[in-house]
Ligand binder design. Structure first.
Ligand code: PNS
Length: 167
């Protein structure tokens, strides 16, 4: 069974992330949305628990059933490759939106391979219509009262608009 880990902050998940994991599901038997618990990262909009809940809702609502059935959602602390080892995953999935992503992604892929030669990184090109998207932009637009509903799945909008209902 080919298991891949798709690590990230996902704060919040965007249509770009859903596009990448959907592509990955065409290649791997199981793909795990791996939400990094990173207490040092500044300005999170959602807690880890909320990110997990939002992603689960988004996958259930926005992905075809045959894709959703192969997606798992988990959080992790520490190194991505250690999380891969625990799950017996031999692939890391990352999305590439533009050439500007490539340099840091290449460095990360080489580092991960040095740490765990059995784990290979596979890149998927984000669909052109989502290639401008980033979680940071979504956060900024939302902070200034802009409409992010074309950038993120409805689950994110619901959670953004209902802070009282937050976990
Ligand atoms: O969504 P992001 O913030 O671009 O994701 C970055 C992430 C989580 C993939 C990266 O920071 C990561 O893998 N962090 C875990 C710690 C780790 O394994 N560091 C070494 C990789 S170079």
């Amino acid at each position: 069974m080919k298991i891949a880990v798709y690590p990230g902050s996902f704060d919040p998940i965007t249509y770009g992330h859903l596009d990448v994991i959907t592509r990955a599901c065409a290649v791997f038997d199981q793909v795990v949305f791996a939400v990094l618990v990173n207490p040092n990262k500044t300005g999170p909009i959602f807690t880890t628990e909320e990110r997990l809940a939002v992603i689960r809702e988004a996958v259930a609502e926005s992905c075809p059933v045959d894709v959703a059935s192969r997606i798992q959602v988990q959080s992790f602390e520490g190194l991505t490759v250690d999380f891969c080892r625990r799950l017996e995953a031999t692939f890391v999935v990352r999305g590439l939106r533009a050439v500007s992503d490539f340099e840091s992604e290449l460095q990360m892929a080489h580092t991960n391979r040095k740490l765990a030669p059995q784990v290979d990184t596979v890149f998927f090109m984000t669909a052109l219509e989502h290639s401008y998207l980033s979680s940071s932009l979504v956060k900024e637009i939302f902070a200034f009262g802009g409409d992010v509903s074309l950038m993120v799945p409805p689950a994110v909008v619901r959670h953004l608009e209902a802070p009282a209902a937050r976990l």
